[in-house]
Design a protein around this ligand. Structure first.
Ligand SMILES: [Ca+2]
Ligand SMILES: [Ca+2]
Length: 253
């Protein structure tokens, strides 16, 4: 039979209790941040859905999209909103932000993370891309430079893949040379044709003939091995020296 002679906690027991409490607190904070983040996402999604319905309803009433969000009865409150018309008012795009979450809806396209950028960028935490992206968000163009970092907290700094999808509207008729500079791997499809096979050649070019205002479907995949990561998508065509393909010629696919 053993008899405990001391009452209360020893120093060691006390330290163990403190460590356990600290671990529980850390777990609670992480869980709380996760819950807050997904609550922000839900709030941004429902806000943008309601705002987009109001904008489309205004189009039905007036025959054209409203000049501003306030003209459609939408003002910043629990969410912050943004709005743009695409192709001279043929389509509209609305975004809403709550906390760290932003979602947008554009006429004819599904709701997606991000503001009203016309490029859909899908990120995968593997190289090459897996079956399902970790997330897809709207971005302005095909160019990114992450240095040694990661594109997003949900994606690692190495061994990730991004696939950009958009339609590109050529401003003139003629011969276009696309130059793709990627660290590390890249692949390009134009209208479903693989014009650049999956390769880790840093810089590649492809020349195609395009017709003014006849948009083509472009998919550009960049895959990061290790170290620095970037994607650069340039073009040159009659009257235009080599320059990054500007956000103004991209349309959501
Ligand atoms: Ca890296
Ligand atoms: Ca790299």
């Amino acid at each position: 039979m053993s008899i405990r002679t001391s009452k209360g906690f020893t120093i060691v027991e006390l330290l163990i209790v403190i460590v356990v409490i600290a671990i529980l607190a850390a777990i609670t904070i992480v869980a709380y941040n996760g819950i807050r983040s997904s609550a922000n996402a839900s709030a941004a999604q429902s806000s943008v859905q309601q705002a987009f319905k109001k904008v489309e309803a205004q189009k039905l009433l007036d025959g054209s999209y409203p000049a501003s969000l306030s003209a459609a009865g939408i003002s910043n409150g629990s969410a912050t909103y943004g709005y743009s018309q695409i192709d001279g008012g043929e389509r509209a795009c609305v975004w809403a932000q709550t906390g760290d979450s932003t979602y947008s809806i554009q006429t004819g396209s599904e709701m997606v993370e991000g503001q009203c950028g016309q490029v859909l960028a899908s990120y995968y935490n593997s190289r090459p891309a897996g079956a399902t992206p970790v997330f897809t968000r709207a971005e302005g163009d095909f160019d990114n430079n992450w240095g040694g970092g990661s594109p997003d907290p949900r994606i690692p700094a190495d061994n990730f893949t991004v696939t950009y999808r958009a339609r590109i509207v050529p401003p003139v008729t003629g011969s276009y040379t696309f130059t793709i500079t990627t660290d590390d791997f890249s692949q390009v499809f134009i209208d479903g044709v693989e014009v650049l096979p999956y390769t880790n050649t840093r810089t590649s070019s492809v020349t195609v003939n395009l017709v003014a205002n006849r948009s083509v479907d472009v998919i550009y995949t960049g895959a990061e091995n290790g170290g620095n990561a970037y994607t650069i998508f340039e073009w040159e065509y009659p009257g235009q020296a080599r320059v990054s393909v500007p956000s103004s010629v991209f349309r959501r696919p």
